[in-house]
Design a protein around this ligand. Structure first.
Ligand code: UT7
Length: 333
């Protein structure tokens, strides 16, 4: 049986760091509140004057992943990007990345699945490989959430950050690579997290944020209700993935969860009986980067040498839609 095997990872985040202290000058918040309630200390914010738009970050992350994989852009036959913040409504961020890379033989498209975008994209690419429709696939999660943040809403703007991560997939021999992907959605709860029209037109940004490029809509969230739902969905879908592949929590080498809130991650790990030493977190540095959070974390863990060949990696996510998903990867890089 064919499976997608990850043979390269890459990521990038914008240069500009916005700390919790910086946010104290923008909204009525404190470093203490943000740290205690979320685990976030700082986040990266794109600049409109640097090459840090969604497709540009996606391109930079993809180049790193392709370099590690030793795959030329012309050898790609599929590019799938999970994003809710493409540069434009259309064309897709994936088509922009195709152009930037010179990946002229690839089919390219985006997937909109909130923070689950990367795992949805991974599932599509893995299925294309499993059915022999694709040899080399580029799977990306890329977001510029700073442009859709409501910088007057302290309950959401403190959470968000920008960045991109990518993996390159190629067919494996059946015993290694992506063992399974499990996805779920519940559109009846869409109002817990959505993009709304900005009331009063374009945003007026304080000076400290003058390089942020705003959009005509912004993110709205019912954080409290979402929190409870997130913990249940993450734990349930992770258990479904492990049971499907005949694994127990003890078999997991590293859990790489979506980085929304440290308390959500801790509660999920506790439900799964996975010790925090086996859970990768980096939201203290980047905040919630939606679709980008898992591939950025995976790339960091990989480059730090935390992923050993033959070990099982559990990827698990939850986000707007609502959507959720998990995947087990038998690491083979
Ligand atoms: O990416 C996937 C989807 N996202 C998630 O899954 C996120 C899920 N939700 C969360 O992470 C948390 O609910 C938040 C971090 C968003 C909020 O944390 P919380 O512990 O649920 O706080 P809360 O919303 O219950 O608010 C508690 C208090 C409120 O004040 P009162 O009403 O108790 O006086 C808020 O107004 O904290 C206040 N508050 C703040 N205070 C200082 C809300 N935001 C802030 C802030 N600084 N930034």
């Amino acid at each position: 049986m064919l499976r997608g095997r990850i043979i390269g990872t890459g990521s990038t985040t914008p240069k500009r760091i916005l700390t919790n202290k910086d946010l104290e000058a923008i909204v009525d918040t404190t470093d203490e509140w943000i740290t205690r309630r979320t685990g976030i200390k700082e986040r990266r914010i794109s600049s409109k004057t640097r090459a840090e738009d969604t497709s540009e970050m996606a391109t930079a992350a993809s180049k790193r992943a392709l370099e590690m994989a030793g795959v030329a852009p012309e050898a790609l036959d599929l590019i799938v990007i999970g994003t809710v913040t493409p540069d434009r409504q259309f064309p897709s961020a994936a088509c922009m990345v195709q152009k930037n890379l010179g990946a002229r033989c690839a089919v390219a498209f985006d997937v909109s699945a909130g923070c689950s975008g990367f795992l949805y994209a991974l599932s599509i690419a893995n299925n294309a490989i499993a059915t022999n429709n694709c040899r080399n696939a580029l799977v990306v999660g890329a977001e510029r959430l700073s442009g859709i943040a409501d910088w007057q809403d302290r309950s959401t703007c403190v959470l968000l950050g920008d960045g991109a991560g990518a993996v390159v997939l190629t067919p494996g021999d059946g015993n290694e690579g992506i063992l399974s992907t499990h996805l779920g959605s519940d559109g009846s709860l869409w109002e817990l997290l959505y993009a709304s029209d900005r009331i009063g037109g374009p945003i007026e940004l304080p000076e400290i944020l003058d390089t942020v490029e705003g959009r005509p809509f912004c993110l709205k969230m019912e954080g409290n209700k979402l929190f409870k739902k997130a913990v249940c969905c993450l734990a349930d879908v992770a258990v479904a993935a492990m049971e499907h592949d005949g694994l127990s929590c003890d078999d997991i080498m590293l859990m790489v969860p979506h980085q929304a809130n440290l308390r959500i991650i801790r509660a999920t790990a506790e439900r799964l009986s996975i010790p925090m030493e086996k859970v990768y977190t980096n939201l203290d540095k980047y905040g919630n980067t939606s679709s980008a959070s898992i591939p950025i974390a995976l790339d960091e863990a990989n480059r730090k040498g935390m992923l050993k060949e033959g070990g099982y990696v559990l990827l698990v996510t939850f986000g707007a839609g609502l959507t959720w998903g998990a995947s087990i990867v038998k690491w083979s890089l």
